[in-house]
Write a protein that binds this ligand. Structure first.
Ligand code: SF4
Ligand code: SF4
Length: 94
C-alpha cells in the first residue's frame, strides 16, 4: 500500500509538551492518539484534522502549531512566502 504523507494539521513540539492531555481529550475530530508508555499525545490521524486550531489555542504550553494547507492559505489571501522561516516547528517536523 502506498504511504501518503499529510503535511498539514497539528505538529507537537515535544520540547514544550507536558503531557496534560488537553489536546487529546478535546479535539473534535479525534486526531490525537495517546502514547501510554511516554504519557504523551501523538498525531494519529492528521488527515482527519479540520484545521479548526482549537488544540493550538487550548494547549497551555503553546506546544502545538497547526499547519494550514496551501489551498486554504490561498483562500484566505495569505501568501506562503510571507510566512516566517523562523518557526521552531520547521526543524522538528520530520
Ligand atoms: S495540550 Fe499541549 S501540553 Fe497538553 S498534551 Fe497536548 S501538546 Fe502537550
Ligand atoms: S486543529 Fe482542530 S481538528 Fe485539527 S487537531 Fe487541532 S483541535 Fe483537532
Amino acid at each position: 500500500m502506498q504511504k501518503i504523507d499529510i503535511n498539514y494539521g497539528p505538529k507537537i513540539d515535544y520540547r514544550f509538551c507536558k503531557g496534560c492531555g488537553d489536546c487529546y481529550e478535546n479535539c473534535p475530530m479525534d486526531v490525537f492518539g495517546w502514547d501510554e508508555e511516554k504519557q504523551m499525545p501523538v498525531v494519529a490521524y492528521p488527515g482527519e484534522c479540520s484545521i479548526c486550531c482549537f488544540c493550538e489555542t487550548l494547549c497551555p504550553e503553546v506546544a502545538i502549531d497547526v499547519l494550514i494547507p496551501l489551498h486554504q492559505m490561498l483562500d484566505f489571501g495569505i501568501a506562503p512566502n510571507k510566512l516566517s522561516k523562523e518557526s521552531k516547528f520547521l526543524e522538528t517536523d520530520k
